[in-house]
Design a protein. Structure first.
Length: 390
């Protein structure tokens, strides 16, 4: 995963084969989603993130109980990321009524495409996990509510308030007139990585876990993922439970850059080879080297090394997420952390520019967000463009 040991990060679709009746472009789906039996049924699928977006959703952090004196700095990082994304596509910031004015003032108007604030109550900034995961098909879009339960950390030292976050996906989808469908599993957007062509990458530790899906076997969770997300194959890697609040989300470990091509997060210089995260990296690399995707293609792996921990922010604690892999791809760009290790920052830029030719790679300092164990991908959720109707 990463060279940092993140231990306090932040301290609906029951469709059978994921099909729905065909509807006009952008129309809402039926209020009760069920498996389509018509030959004209349209398959819904989780698209790849680097397709075209309508907008990016973000969320304004509110939990002083979690962030303490760092909350203003975290909000500054969120605003800075929003401003950069707004150069490439519109940004919509969720903020509760008591915080909306502050969010507007801090974020400003943004770049070419602007930043707007929508008043929806939330707790923290991790909208990748609690927001809707969008699904599309020819002429249709839906928002999958993955039943956010605070990463299953109720009753543990990782617990933080999440009631507002758990309700936010439904409220957001209602306000935008997009049908909410409910997943048949409990999980988070950060635990789901797809190539858009039927292949899903996921960690066993975050999804086949009694804190999310008690009593379900790996095979049962896999079937839920396939039917909910419209995917044909799940490539499982073990991950690691209990060492961070997410139980090792895939979006800090391995990402598709194109069908058949994967970025793999690699521990940085000086990382202990026997550390738990180095072992996670080794296991993941071994599995990906022999895996094939849903279309039978082997995976080409590009490693993306973390920075040298001795060359980044001297105040970075053990919870600091020093991962470039937790990047985000708005229209025409790649937004990636800048950690202050000049050699590693430059290498990350070069690697990602090669993986995403034609996009502008934008590096942003997010030390305050990273100090809470998250990254840019964790703080964003994209609404994809609806594909043309068949």
């Amino acid at each position: 995963m990463t060279s940092s040991e993140t231990t306090s990060r932040r301290n609906i679709l029951k469709l059978g084969a994921a099909t729905l009746p065909a509807l006009g472009l952008g129309m809402a789906l039926p209020s009760t989603a069920r498996a389509a039996t018509s030959p004209t049924g349209v398959q819904l699928r989780m698209p790849t993130e680097d397709g075209m977006h309508v907008r990016t959703f973000m969320a304004w952090p509110t939990l002083a109980s979690v962030w303490g004196a760092n909350l203003p700095g975290v909000r500054g990082d969120v605003a800075r990321v929003a401003q950069q994304i707004s150069r490439f596509e519109p940004v919509v910031m969720l903020a509760g009524p008591a915080h909306a004015a502050e969010a507007r003032t801090t974020c400003g108007t943004g770049g070419t495409f602007g930043i707007s604030v929508i008043e929806i109550a939330n707790d923290d900034l991790w909208i990748r996990d609690f927001g809707p995961t969008f699904l599309t098909g020819p002429g249709v879009i839906a928002g999958l509510d993955t039943n956010f339960n605070g990463w299953g950390k109720t009753g543990t030292t990782y617990y933080q308030p999440f009631a507002n976050d758990a309700a936010a996906a439904a409220t957001l989808l209602t306000q935008y007139g997009i049908n909410r469908v409910q997943a048949s599993f409990v999980g988070e957007g950060g635990s789901l990585e797809t190539d858009g062509e039927g292949t899903l990458l996921a960690t066993v530790s975050s999804l086949v876990n009694p804190n999310r899906n008690p009593g379900k076997s790996q095979a049962q969770v896999e079937q839920d993922l396939k039917s909910s997300l419209g995917v044909d194959k799940v490539i499982w890697v073990p991950g690691l439970a209990g060492q961070d609040i997410t139980d090792c989300h895939i979006d800090c470990l391995a990402r598709f850059t194109a069908p058949g091509k994967v970025i793999l997060d690699k521990p940085g210089p000086g990382a202990e080879p026997t550390s738990v995260w180095s072992q996670v990296y080794d296991e993941t690399k071994r599995i990906l080297q022999t895996a094939t995707d849903a279309k039978g293609r082997p995976l080409a792996i590009t490693e993306l090394p973390n920075p040298d921990r001795t060359k980044i922010n001297p105040n970075a604690g053990r919870n600091f997420l020093s991962s470039y892999t937790n990047y985000y791809t708005p229209n025409g760009a790649v937004i990636v952390p800048l950690f202050g290790d000049a050699t590693a920052d430059t290498a990350a830029r070069t690697i990602l520019q090669g993986a995403y030719p034609g996009r502008e790679v934008v590096q942003v300092n997010i030390d305050n967000i990273a100090g809470g164990g998250g990254g840019i991908h964790c703080a964003t959720q994209s609404q994809p463009v609806v594909p043309p109707a068949a």
